[in-house]
Design a protein around this ligand. Structure first.
Ligand code: ATP
Ligand code: MG
Length: 511
């Protein structure tokens, strides 16, 4: 006898046969995807696999070339994201869309301002946003300007925008890529809370640990097609890596170095640097980096690491102290002059500092190159094209075309373009901030290999990363930054996460 129980409810959202092309490039190829209320469904895959494209289709930003979407069993078709919002979908984009000069409350309520007697009611808006923030344990000040917030707080503002509209289907496109470990943990709590509130959550992530910790189900995209979809209890890191890139990858393994470090190449003495608000960000830091050495700089984001990196590369003048590179005081040199001396830089914010998004790939590959112009003025585009092709050969840029604007590449692909441009064979000193932010595990492994290779060729590397696993896997020595000072120094082979974590939190300063 057939037992007839109550019919299972239809998925919160189901997409069937979604196809999306950009010219001849098929970004989504007949993709099926669904998510239920009370479920976290992770979407993973290589850079350029089509994850953001699929989400942009579900959120009404892009019109699909084929396929259908249902919300709770009913067919929908979105002409814009406001339609999708009305249908209960909210999305936090891979690259944030906040207005820097506006306050937190203004950003959250943008387009839905609270008014009283024809005037905006600032107090009402702020207290409403304060209440909503408190419900999710966000320590945000509704009156603070977004430009003053760090990445973790900005992301909370984006989440509040979605929650203020009470979205029941929440899309998070790589929410953890830019977060420090403590912020990631806090975000996980929020995601679990969204699930327990009965919302449907779609989570895009590159770190398999995060996927395993959070998701109920995981779907893998590979070159625009679904290569697998399984419940999380049937998934393990090796299976997922294989579905994503076709092989098993262990990113966290340390590798023995091939050469001994040489002489001191970079000497920083008593360096002090101010932040944008002219407050001390780096307070009297001294350190040495040898030729052929990777110095890992660990710490919670916002403890002066970024300002330190900018000062090393000449983008921020020191307020005190000195930087000596190859026995030459470079403290007052411009970034361009430091580049001529062999310094290279991978910045934290790829879209604002690393690329000119409107420029094409070849032009971006030329940025900062001393040979970029020919006969005085004109850009040497053939050289740019050769450089771009060389980057593509090493890192395989998804959808590569030298004439394509940087903005049209997927997030991780943009990161590869910067890393490829900066890590050339002739680099003598590399300052990199979060070099694998947003790149897939295959590309992260390529970048790690390349960092070791550049080191073994004798370059000095300052590696700033908010990912402790990355710091531990790559560094020869680790220093921990806390409140603009060096809080501890550790031998990379023996430092434990607990020691590093305690030092980062300012609990202990003894190694
Ligand atoms: N506006 C566009 N014009 C042309 N090509 C595009 C455009 N947007 C995306 N693409 C291409 O579509 C493909 C899929 O990109 P998508 O951004 O969806 O990848 P992704 O899986 O989100 O990658 P990532 O992990 O790097 O964020 C890429 O090859 C990309 O270059
Ligand atoms: Mg993406």
């Amino acid at each position: 006898m057939i037992q007839s129980g109550p019919a299972a409810p239809p998925p919160a959202l189901s997409a069937h046969g979604i196809t999306k092309r950009f010219g001849s490039l098929v970004a989504n190829d007949s993709v099926d995807f669904d998510v239920h209320f009370g479920e976290v469904h992770a979407l993973i895959g290589e850079n350029g696999a089509g994850k953001s494209t699929l989400m942009n289709v579900l959120y009404g930003v892009l019109r699909p070339d084929g396929g259908s979407i249902r919300i709770e069993g009913r067919d929908v078709s979105f002409a814009s994201c406001s339609n999708a919002m009305r249908a209960g979908i909210g999305m936090v984009f891979q690259h944030f869309l906040l207005i820097d000069r506006f306050t937190v409350a203004e950003n959250v309520l943008l387009g839905r301002e609270r008014t009283r007697g024809g005037f905006t009611d600032r107090a009402a808006a702020e207290s409403e946003v304060r209440e909503l923030a408190a419900r999710y344990k966000f320590g945000l000040d509704p009156a603070a300007r977004v430009e003053a917030l760090n990445v973790g707080a900005r992301q909370q503002v984006e989440l509040l925008k979605v929650l203020e509209r009470d979205a029941r289907i929440v899309i998070l496109d790589e929410p953890t890529a830019a977060l420090a470990p403590a912020e990631t943990a806090a975000l996980f709590d929020v995601v679990r809370r969204l699930r327990s509130e009965g919302r449907a959550v779609i989570l895009i992530a590159h770190k398999l640990k995060e996927v395993m910790a959070l998701a109920d189900r995981v779907t893998v995209l590979r070159r625009g097609k679904v290569s697998g979809s399984l419940p999380i209890d049937r998934a393990d890191a090796a299976t997922l890596a294989t579905l994503m890139v076709g092989k098993v990858i262990d990113l966290d393994a340390r590798e023995p170095r091939r050469t001994a470090p040489g002489d001191v190449a970079l000497a920083v003495r008593d360096l002090s640097v101010l932040n944008d608000d002219r407050l001390p960000a780096v307070r009297g830091v001294s350190l040495d980096v040898r030729a052929g050495e990777i110095l890992g700089l660990a710490g919670v984001e916002g403890n002066g690491q970024t300002e330190f990196a900018e000062a090393l590369y000449g983008l921020r003048p020191p307020s005190g102290g000195s930087v000596t590179f190859a026995e030459r005081d470079v403290s007052r040199l411009s970034a361009e002059a430091r580049r001529s001396a062999g310094m290279r830089y991978v910045p934290a914010d790829r879209q604002r500092e690393g690329l000119v998004l409107d420029f094409d790939t070849a032009e971006n590959a030329l940025l900062g190159d001393q040979r970029r112009t020919r006969r005085g003025m004109r850009l040497d585009l053939p050289l740019g094209q050769r450089l771009a092709s060389a980057i593509d050969a090493r890192y395989s840029l998804a959808g590569f075309d030298p004439a394509k604007s940087a903005v049209a590449y997927s997030g991780g692909t943009q990161q590869k373009l910067i890393v490829g441009r900066e890590m050339t064979d002739d680099v003598r000193m590399l300052i990199c901030v979060a070099p694998t932010r947003g790149v897939d595990i295959g590309a992260a492994a390529t970048i790690h290999r390349r960092l070791r290779d550049v080191r073994d060729r004798g370059a000095s590397i300052v590696l700033i990363s908010f990912d402790l696993d990355e710091i531990r896997a790559l560094s020869d020595r680790i220093v921990v930054f806390s409140e603009g000072r060096i809080a501890g120094e550790f031998a990379a082979e023996s430092a434990t996460d607990a020691q590093l974590g305690a030092c980062m939190a300012g609990v202990s300063s003894v190694a």
